[in-house]
Structure formats: C-alpha cells, structure tokens
Design a protein. Structure first.
Length: 432
C-alpha cells in the first residue's frame, strides 16, 4: 500500500529527528529548550543522580532509564508501551501467526490485569481461562503495577515450559492457581465451512500478514461448493494489522473504494483504498457478525462494509478501539508500541471509545445471570476520548461464557437475514 509506505517513512523521519535532538540536547539546551523540555530533562537527570548516589542498593543506570521509559509510556493510553528487546522480537513474530506462549488476550480494568479473551484451541483456552478472569499472579509474582507488556513477556516462553496463573473469577469465593503448559501458538486466522441453504460461513480470528491470502482460498473453496451468500464472523476478533484489514475489505468491495483513513496529531489524512481488479464477491448477499470483542481491524472492516451498504451488520456494539499503533524500533533492539493516530470509517466516523453500531442488534443473554461482564475500550484505564464526545450506548452487562451453535441466536438471525434477502431479491426480479 502506498499510504502504508508513506506512514512508515514519516515515522522513520520523526524517530531520526528525535534521536538526534536528544543526543545533542545533553550538551546543547538550544535544541531541546522548546516549551520547557530542557528543564524537565534536567529534573529527570537530577532524580537519576539522587537515586544513583543515595538508594540503599546499587542500581544500574540502564535499569533506571528502562523503568522511566516504561512509566512514561504507561502514562499515555492502554495501547502504548515499551517492549524489551526480547518482547519486541516476539511481538514482531506474533504478527506472522506463530509464537510460544499461552494464547491469551489481556488488558487493564480497574487497575487489574484482566483477560479480554482466550484464543480458541490454545493452552489458555484448553485450561479453562475465560474472558473477564482477573490475573492476580504469574508464577507467584503479583501483577499489581505490572505493565501489560511485562505480563505478556512473563507468559510467553518456549514450548513445554509451564506457568501458573493465579486467577479470580466472578462467582468464586477465592482465587485459584491454574497451571498451564506453554505451546507454540499457531493462530489460524481464517476458518470456513458451508451452512445450510448455500450459505458460506467464514470466521476471522485475527488480522495477520497472511489473513487476506487465506481468505481468498477459503472464498474460492466455498464458491466451488455452491456458496450463494456469505456470513463473515468477526466476533471476538481483537484486530491486528491495518493493511490486512484493508485487504480483507477489498475482497468484498469494488476497486478504489475508501476503506479507512487515519489522522495523527497534525491532522493530515492518510487514506487506504481497495486495490486490484474487480473482486469476485462484491455482489453476493452478505451479513457481518460483530460483538463486544470485535476490535480495531475488525471494526475497520465492519465500518467500511456498513458505510458502503455492502453488508448487513448483526450483533451488538463493538469494542470501540479506534486508535492506530506504530511499532518503533530503538537502537538497543527494544521497541515502542506508540499510539500515533486515530482511524475513521469512510463516512468520517471515529469509533474510538464508542464502537460500530449494528444494523440489527441481537444480544446473547447469559442464563440466570451466570455470564461474564462485558469489557470495552471505554472500560480501560487511560483510554483516549472520542473527539466528538460521543458516548457508547448502554449494552448488556453480562454475556454467556460459551455458546453452542444451536444456541447462537446471532448466527441464526444472520441466516434468517440472508433467507429474507433471497426472497426479496426474487420478488424484485419478478416485478422487473
């Protein structure tokens, strides 16, 4: 994508300028004196020297600076953070869909490390970890004041090496230790099958480098099996790569259609359009399933298909993560995950802290209230506000832990919508 390359080039230039400024700023106040920056840096150096001279134990300057960087990033928003060289390397590997660990998505809620969702068919999923679980300890170490990046690093590791999570869940009287053996997490981002009545069903679990290619293969296979309509299931898909979302949307929209645009601090827009030849699947009736776990790239796809009236969106309000993170490598092999922009649907709507509203709202009710509390962007500490101060609508307090296909009323409503679509289409043809 030309727009993507532009973004990366701009990022690299900015990092180069900042690096040069900081290097020279140590000896020249003229470079870093804007808006009191030099005075702030001098205060930092003063504190550093006081700690080095007076702290009860000897500490390394590198560890103090690293801690300061972590604190600085954690003061921004829940999606920005510092990654050690090891964590940064693992994060880059993760986008390829394979890494060693537990298979768990986490965030902070009420200052407690909380499970957003376990990834299907992973050690965490098989061990019974549920969305909404509170992780109090990792291998006996308290997670209080632990950053998300540090927690991820502690849970990652080589295949076969065990880790114990101390978990508290709603309804329990006390926490429980849950031992889990790490494995190679191979996330199959595209799952597909044929449903009755010639409906092709595709489930996206994450947006990775190969997701669009895998989607192409799945669609071709379903078409050969007689697919006449599509259900795209984005429920509990936490997102992933921006360019992957654009490529996925491009398989259902005509060429040169705006999928999403992003704006950073300067207000300059970078637009992402569909590319290539006319795709094969722009005319098939289509329903997209979303829920409170559909985030980021999932919301980009759902928002684009909704704005272009390409698909009917069914489910409940999505997660509401409308920010873009850039991976920025540092000279020592570490990296920053920095929120650099917000994204907007083709109609100019920011879903930050709000989410995508379905065309047809269908809730999954927890029986007897024995479900899990819903977690969205607006519940995370330090989340960015929507610049139009739009508030997310009230939604369900609890949802079921698991749902069998026969009890999946959202899926059944999607099937009904496609059946109705077919009937209406036949009536239109008769009238014509």
């Amino acid at each position: 994508m030309h727009s993507k390359k532009k973004l990366l080039i701009i990022t690299a230039v900015v990092i180069g300028v900042l690096g040069a400024a900081l290097a020279v700023g140590v000896v020249s106040s003229q470079i870093v004196n804007a808006q009191g920056t030099y005075e702030d840096l001098r205060s930092f150096v003063d504190v550093l020297n006081v700690i080095k001279k007076n702290y009860v134990d000897e500490v390394k300057t590198k560890d103090l600076v690293s801690g300061a960087i972590k604190g600085m990033l954690s003061s921004l928003d829940p999606h920005s953070g510092y990654m050690s060289p090891e964590a940064f390397k693992e994060f880059q590997v993760e986008t390829k869909g394979e890494f060693g660990g537990l298979g768990i998505q986490i965030s902070m809620k009420d200052s407690i490390l909380t499970v957003i969702a376990p990834i299907e068919d992973t050690p965490a999923y098989m061990a019974g970890i549920k969305a909404g679980d509170k992780i109090l300890k990792i291998d006996g170490e308290s997670t209080k004041n632990m950053s998300i990046q540090d927690a991820v690093s502690k849970m990652r590791g080589p295949k076969g090496k065990p880790v114990t999570l101390n978990i508290f869940r709603e309804g329990w009287t006390e926490p429980k230790d849950i031992p889990i053996v790490r494995d190679i997490i191979k996330i199959k981002s595209v799952k597909s099958k044929m449903l009755k009545d010639d409906i092709g069903y595709i489930k996206l679990t994450q947006f990775q480098e190969m997701t669009s290619d895998d989607l192409t293969k799945a669609l071709k296979d379903l078409k050969e099996k007689g697919m006449k309509s599509i259900i795209l299931d984005l429920r509990n898909d936490p997102g992933g790569l921006l360019n992957s979302a654009v490529d996925v949307a491009g398989q259902f929209l005509p060429p040169k259609k705006l999928v999403v645009y992003i704006k950073g601090r300067t207000g300059d827009k970078i637009e992402y359009f569909t590319e290539g030849d006319d795709p094969t699947y722009t005319d098939l009736p289509m329903v997209v399933l979303v829920n409170q776990g559909s985030a980021s790239a999932s919301e980009i796809v759902a928002g684009a298909l909704k704005d272009w009236n390409r698909a009917v969106i069914v489910g409940v309000q999505t997660f509401g993560k409308g920010s873009v993170q850039t991976l920025i490598p540092l000279s020592d092999g570490a990296g920053l995950r920095l929120t650099t922009a917000k994204y907007y649907t083709p109609s100019g709507v920011s879903i930050q802290n709000v989410g995508i509203t379905p065309d047809i709202i269908v809730k999954l009710e927890a029986k007897d209230g024995k479900g899990i509390s819903v977690i969205r962007e607006k519940d995370l500490e330090g989340h960015l506000q929507n610049e139009k101060n739009i508030q997310a609508p009230d939604d369900e307090d609890k949802v079921p832990l698991e749902v069998q296909e026969k009890d999946d009323v959202q899926l059944q409503r999607a099937i009904d919508a496609l059946k109705t679509w077919e009937v209406i289409d036949k009536l239109k043809k008769k009238a014509a």
